[in-house]
Design a protein around this ligand. Structure first.
Ligand SMILES: [Cu+2]
Length: 224
């Protein structure tokens, strides 16, 4: 019966489900002489299978390789880690410079007023520090003349650190130069404050062979 369509039902076409249906259909077409027709349609698949297939990558055969983008991201991450390490080391090294360990802090004399004249501080070992600021009105944003006189101390360097008493006013430090035995002078400028009145503590830092001695002096500034 090949080559021509015959009446009748040469092969059993069952309206079954799944591949059995297609297989029987193909068999039926073959029996009808439709051997030239190739059934390239995919085998019957369920909707679940279709969903799974559609989730597969478009190019599943492409090998997993690190793209230039992920390499760049990795380099940036490494650079970030390196930066963090450098900053940590720098802070570790700079910490003692910014906040040096003090061998001694002289007691504060609240009765002394730098706006009236020089003030004294005395250390336990007998050393004396005299501190004066000019102009005595202590204007802000104006170069101030700072003077320190020491007695009975092995002084290697003198600095003045200005700190806000109840407000962080940043880093304000001035290094003084020796001008005579036990006499040190320098200049410093105080920043303007958001407040009209600002309370300050000037710490005279005396660097000695046994460490840093600090002499605190409090004063206030008034904004014009
Ligand atoms: Cu302030």
């Amino acid at each position: 019966m090949r080559g021509r369509v015959a009446f009748g039902n040469p092969a059993p076409i069952r309206m079954g489900r799944g591949s059995g249906h297609r297989a029987s259909q193909r068999r039926a077409w073959a029996d009808f002489g439709c051997t030239g027709v190739r059934d390239d349609s995919p085998p019957h698949v369920s909707l679940v299978e279709v969903g799974v297939r559609s989730m597969k990558p478009i190019h599943p055969a492409m090998p997993e390789r690190s793209s230039p983008r992920s390499t760049t991201a990795l380099l940036w991450a490494l650079a970030g880690l390196l930066l963090v390490a450098v900053v940590a080391v720098a802070l570790h090294k700079a910490g003692p410079l910014l906040n040096p360990t003090l061998a001694e802090v002289a007691p504060l004399d609240p009765s002394c007023d730098l706006r009236a004249g020089p003030c004294d501080a005395r250390f336990a070992g007998g050393g004396l520090v005299r501190f004066a600021i000019e102009p005595q009105s202590i204007p802000v944003v104006t170069p101030l003349r700072l003077a320190v006189e020491t007695t009975g101390l092995d002084v290697r360097a003198v600095e003045i650190d200005f700190a806000g008493v109840d407000m962080n006013m940043g880093y304000n430090r001035a290094a003084l130069e020796p001008v005579a035995p036990g006499v040190y002078r320098g200049q410093g400028t105080l920043p303007v404050c958001v407040r009209a009145r600002m309370d300050w503590e000037a710490r005279v830092l005396i660097h000695t062979g046994e460490g840093i001695l600090a002499a605190p002096f409090r004063f206030m500034t008034v904004r014009d």
